[in-house]
Design a protein around this ligand. Structure first.
Ligand SMILES: C[S@@+](CC[C@H](N)C(=O)[O-])C[C@H]1O[C@@H](n2cnc3c(N)ncnc32)[C@H](O)[C@@H]1O
Length: 659
């Protein structure tokens, strides 16, 4: 069916609110959300907005005292100002500030086609309001221009009338609030009743008959007919509901896994995924939340830009764009260079400011790895997989054009756009090169910091590239994970543990699958005993998994961070930061098995134990069983008889434990 759900997702939670919606409520609410209409934002008289000659709005949210948007707790030299502050020069420090990073860039960004612009009138499909990375109080503050004009023209003659009008308005708002509270209370009562007989279905009708989970035979039958979208939608909702209160609501004799199987089939069909990927993504979340995730993938993420501080300051850029009719706001307090574009009467990828390199079109999530990397002036940094350069140019800006950034990408074609961006943004400290990342550190090493923004499946950016839904197979995930493991070891080996200011690696992907993220990081920790995970320094994001579906990872994996579209209103992303401790010195020697390493432990003594030595080299044997298994399944799917399973080669004890 591959039908995209209608956009009825509720706005994401603000970052400073609890991230997890109550699963209890979601069970029904999210299913219902499929039909929910967004409520228009309430107006607020507290709002202040800078009206420009074009009517463009530049509003930096800390204008609103007592706002709940997180802007109010900006400290001196803080990371965010409202537009007033920006325009009046108050955030000079923040923009000049040292290497406090805070800006972002996306993988798709500069390489990607420019957003369909002009953006005039573009609204978030999620909320009916312009999409925001972090909802701010300013969401509620959109006084219309005419109202503002009216307010400006207060005279003695009309003052009394105006005052009465304001009182009426306040009263009406108070009534609205009461109505809202009552509606919320009613909704919550309703949620308590989830699963009761006589429940309403997705269309608001009272269920005529109780939900029946199709039998395997019925399911087969359905496969050859065209499933009805309403049936599928209702069944998803019902399965979620039953799974939420299984003992009470499940049909007699039917197992939990049967319901899960059905909901995965329906998700795949409704949202247009292959079943393999639908299942993989489904298992990342509690059941009701999984639906939220799939829903969020149907909604475009906000258009965001990163100020290039090598060329301009954010407030100057904001003012210049406002003067061109661009409606924008700062992204959030976690970045002092990001701006979110709500609408524009000019193509945002072709303004004079864009062409002059004053900004980069970048997804908000793309800022995160560079913020975590936190490069310091005069450092030597390697960006191992860098094209088209969103993160490279961000690193160059944080280095304030000092030091050097080696921007590598194995794909020569892609280095063209990388080079173009480096020039456009005025980065003078970047060297572009094109090696397979696995050739490092043989090509060069001794870096203060390395960013590995790894090639990945793109399961975090499905809203940008829907082809991921159907074109990613088990084999892709196996091969990618294998490549990522090889690359991460090379990234680690390229860092100098003697670095005075650094000694860090950041590993990131725009994917949400565990085998491309935690499994890779866990592998690196096992293979390189001289590295440890450290805090990413990112203010938000969910903790990485320490166990997942029977697999246990190093407990420090909780220091890594996951970002999700349905939680953070940004692309799905993963960020891990390592510190290289005393590097094990390696001496090459020859053995019958090929190249052997001699490991010198932290105490300076040679590690004699061969098993321990083997741990340090890349262990492709570890992935071999998975590669073979994937090949067998592929052959089976094609109707071929796979060869008998070979005995798995000796895998290290730790590897076995983690498998
Ligand atoms: C996620 S994208 C990088 C995006 C980039 N960091 C940015 O912010 O603009 C991954 C990149 O890895 C590159 N790549 C794939 N395999 C590689 C390898 N073995 N060595 C180096 N780069 C590789 C791809 O060409 C692709 O440009």
């Amino acid at each position: 069916m591959g039908r995209r759900a209608k956009n009825k997702q509720a706005p994401p939670e603000p970052l400073d609110k609890p991230e997890y919606p109550s699963p209890k409520k979601l069970g029904k609410r999210k299913a219902e959300v499929l039909d929910e209409k967004p409520r228009p934002a309430k107006k607020s008289r507290d709002a202040t907005s800078n009206k420009t000659k074009n009517g463009g709005r530049v509003k930096f949210a800390d204008q609103e005292a007592n706002s709940s948007d997180g802007w109010e707790d900006v400290e001196d030299g803080g990371l965010v100002g409202d537009l007033d502050d920006l325009l009046s020069g108050d955030d000079d420090d923040m923009l000049r500030g040292p290497v406090q990073e805070f800006d972002f860039g996306s993988d798709a960004e500069e390489d990607a086609p420019q957003p369909a612009l002009p953006l005039r009138g573009r609204k978030s499909k999620q909320s009916g309001l312009p999409a925001k990375i972090i909802p701010t109080a300013s969401d509620d503050s959109s006084e219309s221009e005419s109202e503002e004009d009216e307010e400006e023209r207060i005279t003695i003659a009309n003052m009394a009338a105006k005052s009465r009008a304001l009182d009426d308005e306040a009263e009406a708002e108070a009534e609205l609030d009461i109505a809202e509270q009552q509606a919320a209370a009613a909704a919550s009562d309703e949620d308590e009743d989830v699963g009761m007989e006589g429940d309403e279905d997705a269309n608001g009708d009272i269920d005529a008959e109780p939900f029946h989970l199709p039998t395997p035979a019925e399911r087969e039958e359905e496969k050859i007919s065209v499933p009805d979208v309403h049936t599928v939608q209702r069944r998803m909702r019902e399965c979620v509901r039953v799974l939420g209160r299984f003992k009470r609501l499940a049909e007699k004799g039917r197992s939990r896994s049967e319901y899960i199987e059905q909901v995965v089939i329906d998700i795949a069909s409704y949202y247009g995924y292959n079943e393999y990927l639908a299942e993989k993504l489904f298992h990342l979340f509690p059941v009701p939340e999984a639906i939220e995730f799939f829903e969020a993938n149907e909604v475009p993420r906000p258009v965001t830009i990163r100020t290039n501080t090598l060329r301009t300051r954010r407030r100057d850029l904001a003012q210049a764009l406002v003067n061109r009719g661009v409606n924008l706001e700062p992204i959030g307090k976690w970045t002092n260079v990001g701006l979110q574009v709500f609408e524009s009467s000019v193509p945002i990828g072709a303004t004079p400011e864009y062409l002059a390199g004053h900004y980069m079109l970048q997804a908000a999530s793309s800022f995160l790895p560079v913020i975590a990397l936190a490069p310091q002036p005069n450092e030597r940094v390697l960006d191992m997989a860098s094209a088209p350069g969103g993160k490279t140019t961000h690193i160059a800006a944080l280095l304030q054009n000092t030091g050097v950034v080696f921007a590598n990408d194995s794909n020569k074609d892609r280095t063209k756009s990388l080079t173009a961006n480096v020039h456009r943004l005025g980065c003078k400290n970047v060297v572009v090169c094109s090696y397979d990342g696995r050739q490092f550190p043989k090509v060069m090493g001794g870096f203060d910091r390395v960013l590995l923004d790894a090639p990945c499946s793109g399961t975090g950016v499905i809203s940008k590239d829907a082809s991921v839904k159907t074109n990613k197979t088990e084999r892709d995930f196996t091969l990618l994970s294998h490549l990522q493991k090889q690359l991460i070891l090379c990234a680690i080996d390229s860092v100098s543990p003697e670095s005075k200011t650094g000694g860090y690696i950041v590993y990131s992907t725009c994917s949400v699958t565990v085998e491309e993220n935690e499994a890779v990081v866990d592998y690196a920790l096992r293979k390189r005993p001289n590295v440890k995970l450290v805090d990413t320094g990112l203010e938000f994001g969910r903790e990485g998994f320490t166990r997942f579906r029977g697999k246990a990872f190093n407990s420090s994996l909780s220091l890594t961070r996951r970002f999700y579209p349905h939680v953070h209103n940004m692309d799905g992303f993963y960020v891990a930061k390592f510190k290289v401790e005393k590097r094990s010195k390696v001496k090459k020697g020859s053995t019958d098995e090929g190249e052997m390493v001699e490991v010198i432990g932290e105490d300076g003594a040679v590690v004699e134990n061969k098993e321990q030595q083997a741990e340090v080299a890349f262990d492709s044997d570890e992935d071999r069983p998975y590669l073979e298994e994937a090949k067998r399944r592929r052959m089976k799917a094609k109707g071929l008889r796979p060869p008998p399973r070979t005995k798995a080669p000796a895998v290290s004890a730790t590897a076995k434990a983690s498998a």
